[in-house]
Design a protein. Structure first.
Length: 223
């Protein structure tokens, strides 16, 4: 399987490559990144390659560029880039009318199960909700895409949600949701100890996506 890995020289890109060396030896990556190196490609060099699909962990502008390439070669794309605006997401939705697109701001299987639990709790409880998310100090988007996804899910259920954020050390990712009621509180927490969990979820979802028709998919569909 030949995959274009957009943002392949970033932390997530390198983690995906290392994971696949151990567990998916039949996957070959064509690395694309903002800066061209001896180990990466320009998109123009890949137009005549036998590409099975694209995995994107880049930047919002990089995502828009790689979507156009995916449409050009008519191949599926998995997008794990965060910080995408509502306007840019509409372009992702338009692309999904022509090709299979998998989008999630967090590729952890555990976090996506927590999305489901947060949906249930916010429907059932009369409560105040606070999300606190903590990530490494190099993470640029604040709040995280994951926190915003939690917020969006619960706001659809009529809840007001407060988000606070910390950027400290080299913490991979922590999300804590407090559901405060009269006289009691429920806490839902997910802690990511290793970046490999996101890489594993992304590769699993991508392999699943390759069998799908055009459409916009996420972990709810895969589950």
């Amino acid at each position: 399987m030949n995959i274009v890995l957009n943002g392949g020289q970033g932390k997530m890109g390198r983690t995906i490559i290392e994971l696949c060396k151990k567990k998916h030896g039949d996957i070959n990556f064509f690395v694309v990144d903002r800066e061209k190196t001896d180990e990466s490609y320009n998109l123009s060099e890949l137009e005549d390659k036998n590409i099975d699909g694209i995995i994107d962990f880049s930047s919002p502008s990089g995502t828009l560029q790689i979507i156009e390439f995916a449409l050009k070669i008519n191949r599926p794309i998995l997008i794990g880039t965060t910080g995408i605006s509502e306007n840019d997401f509409k372009k992702i939705e338009l692309a999904s009318q022509k090709i299979p697109v998998f989008y999630s701001p967090n590729m952890s299987i555990g976090v996506n199960i927590c999305f489901h639990i947060a949906d249930i709790l916010s429907k059932k409880l009369d409560c105040d909700i606070h999300i606190h998310e903590t990530h490494h100090k190099a993470k640029k988007d604040i709040p995280s895409g994951t926190a915003l996804r939690f917020k969006g899910i619960m706001e659809k259920n009529g809840k007001k949600v407060l988000i606070t954020s910390s950027r400290i050390g080299d913490i991979t990712g922590e999300h804590q949701l407090d559901f405060a009621m009269d006289g009691e509180k429920i806490t839902l927490q997910h802690v990511a100890y290793r970046r490999e969990i996101f890489a594993s979820g992304a590769v699993t979802a991508f392999i699943w996506l390759c069998k799908k028709q055009a459409g916009l998919y996420n972990f709810d569909d895969m589950f």
